[in-house]
Design a protein around this ligand. Sequence first.
Ligand code: PLP
Length: 425
Amino acid sequence: MSLFERHRAVIPDWVALYYRSPIEITHGEGRRVWDADGNSYLDFFGGILTTMTAHALPEVTRAVTEQAGRILHSSTLYLNRPMVELAERIAALSGIPDARVFFTTSGTEANDTALLLATARRRSPQVLAMRNSYHGRSFSAVAVTGNRAWSPTGLSPLQTLYVHGGVRTRGPFARLSDAEFIAACAADLEDLLGHTREVAALIAEPIQGVGGFTSPPDGLYAAFREVLDRHGVLWISDEVQTGWGRTGDHFWGWQAHAGNGPPDILTFAKGIGNGMSVGGVVARAEIMNGLDANSISTFGGSPVTMAAGLANLSHLLENDLQGNARRVGGLLIERLRAIGATVPAVREIRGRGLMIGVELVRPGTDEAHPEAAAAVLEAAREGGLLIGKGGGHDTSVLRIAPPLSLTVAEAEEGAAILARALRQA
Ligand code: PLP
């Protein structure tokens, strides 16, 4: 029996797998991974935006091995040095004053915690989220996920209202200028809050990830912030995909909207552990310490994962991988735009740094083309390139998010494979 058949016999059907015959990854190095048949692939999805710096980064391997040799886990009931040191560094980087950091093991759990803090504070289950958003797979994270492809239940512990603004690729809003778009969305938010009682928070991704790497114009969340402040509503910035310099211009996605200061609560996960399960929440002490009960995450802040996070973050900062994401990402976007101009099914190449979306449509129309996206993924894989896809039910956006250490030569190599795959598919 193949590994795929064995997988289907024990793993739920709803676990999404790319590719008709799924790949068994055995190992990786740098920006490449290998499968069980010995094929190598350039990894343009960085795991799933999880391998932030590089596969098998020696500093991370060493930190994990050394820490594992001392103690694997001591629980959050006790102190461990890597956890406190990583919290200090993240608090300083967050931009949030008097910040406190709480570690979790995933982005879902981080968003759950943020929603718990906000709803407990306001004593209200009413929250706002963006249309086409994705925030995780727990009951409450699904309840603020506006992207129905990833939100299997309409039942919810929260009362969620969906706000305009996170996605702007189609509809009447798409025809507005940046300033008009921001003004229209802020007025809509004002109107909504004027008619709604006791809203606890707005949760939003600065650039929608699973939703197809769509972003609002810079400054949208600064305009929202001003409205939210007047109504006493907290702003939760979900930086699970946009954090750690991936967008090149900024360390956090919220910084493209910094006009009115940092978010009240920031959530993170994915890349910080370079594949180890590290997530977390940052908030001002007054918000974070407001929970009127004990709450721990059994595995959050575990010494081995914290050691990985510290080594990974140090490598990222010491080697200016944010700057690399800006430079190499800029080149890659340019190359892809040149290629896209020759392929009728490419509607738009968008992105920032090393977070790049290629949206596909049926040629001559504005209609999503999920079959083409699936075919390009297969053809790219044949050519030795792994990419992601997203964009809601239609899933017609190719998502490119390699490790931030991507070289210019690798960017060229990946762009050439993708060009062939686009033409072939
Ligand atoms: N938030 C965003 C923006 C995400 O993209 C994801 C995962 O893709 C999550 C939250 C959930 O994170 P996790 O899968 O670690 O629970």
